[in-house]
Design a protein around this ligand. Structure first.
Ligand code: B1M
Length: 211
């Protein structure tokens, strides 16, 4: 199968068929990372179409659903690439007030295949939920995503909550998302920022090596 077909499936919002198409590509021996790449290309194009006002919110929601269906088929293949026993635990979440989770989910899939143990709390996540999960799992890393300029400040709430719970020295906070850069991330109290999901994995590996 040509991988461009998967890119097209995201752009054309083929929610009902994309899961089986991804499975088919895997069965045909396509590299899971190449499949992820093809799906991400589709999402980039959806974003472009939205900005050019060819797509509207409905299409964005449907594209998000299509990505989720595709990832359901792809994640087991990515997880199977992992060979490690002693896994570093990572909590992932989109910040309070933000309902964008596609980038976070891609990062989660890559981390899974790189041998990390992921606790994905979803989107619009309150800082208290994050603190509870750290206490429950002993996670060493919190990865936050945010795409809205209006929710960037909510990173600071997580940083403050970590401090108040006496956890700030024990947990590294890394953030990403289109509304951020390294300066802003540091201002919000984060330890690190990554531009994209591939960089995110590299940075997280570095952060865990230092400990
Ligand atoms: Co929204 N949206 N959206 N949207 N949406 C944006 C972000 C926007 C830029 C579009 C625009 O106006 N041009 C704009 C934000 C403007 C701003 O604040 N600067 C916007 C807006 C305004 C809104 C609403 C307010 C619209 C409305 O209701 N009027 C609303 C807000 C709802 C809310 O969150 N409370 C809204 C809603 C939505 C949908 C729900 C419909 C949908 C999300 C579906 C979903 O996620 N399940 C959606 C979408 C799809 C987009 C666009 C088109 C695409 C986002 C996306 O998924 N990109 C986006 C415009 C655009 O980006 N072109 C837009 C693909 C994804 C792979 O990229 O998430 O950036 P991204 O992740 C990247 C990197 O950022 C990085 O890695 C990924 C790539 O490798 N990364 C990390 C992300 N997290 C990381 C964490 C890390 C490291 C790297 O470490 C922890």
């Amino acid at each position: 199968m040509e991988l461009e077909k998967l890119t097209e499936f995201v752009i054309e919002l083929e929610i009902d068929e994309i899961h089986d198409e991804v499975k088919k590509a895997l069965d045909e021996g396509e590299d899971p990372f190449e499949i992820l790449n093809a799906l991400s290309k589709g999402m980039d194009e959806v974003g472009r179409l939205y900005e050019e006002k060819e797509y509207y919110l409905t299409e964005l929601v449907l594209a998000g659903e299509a990505m989720k269906e595709a990832m359901k088929a792809l994640n087991p293949a990515l997880a199977a690439l992992d060979r490690s026993d002693d896994k570093v635990k990572i909590i992932l979440a989109t910040v309070k007030g933000d309902n964008h989770d596609i980038g976070k989910n891609i990062l989660g899939s890559l981390l899974l295949s790189a041998g990390f143990e992921i606790y994905d709390l979803g989107m619009d996540v309150n800082e208290n939920k994050i603190i509870e999960k750290i206490k429950e799992t002993g996670a060493e890393i919190v990865g936050l995503s945010t795409l809205l300029t209006t929710t960037v400040d909510n990173i600071k709430d997580v940083h403050d909550a970590l401090k108040n719970a006496g956890l700030r020295d024990k947990v590294k906070l890394i953030v990403g998302g289109a509304s951020l850069n390294m300066d802003l991330a540091k201002k919000m109290g984060a330890d690190d920022f990554a531009d994209d999901a591939v960089e995110g994995v590299k940075h997280i590996k570095k952060l865990t090596e230092k400990k």
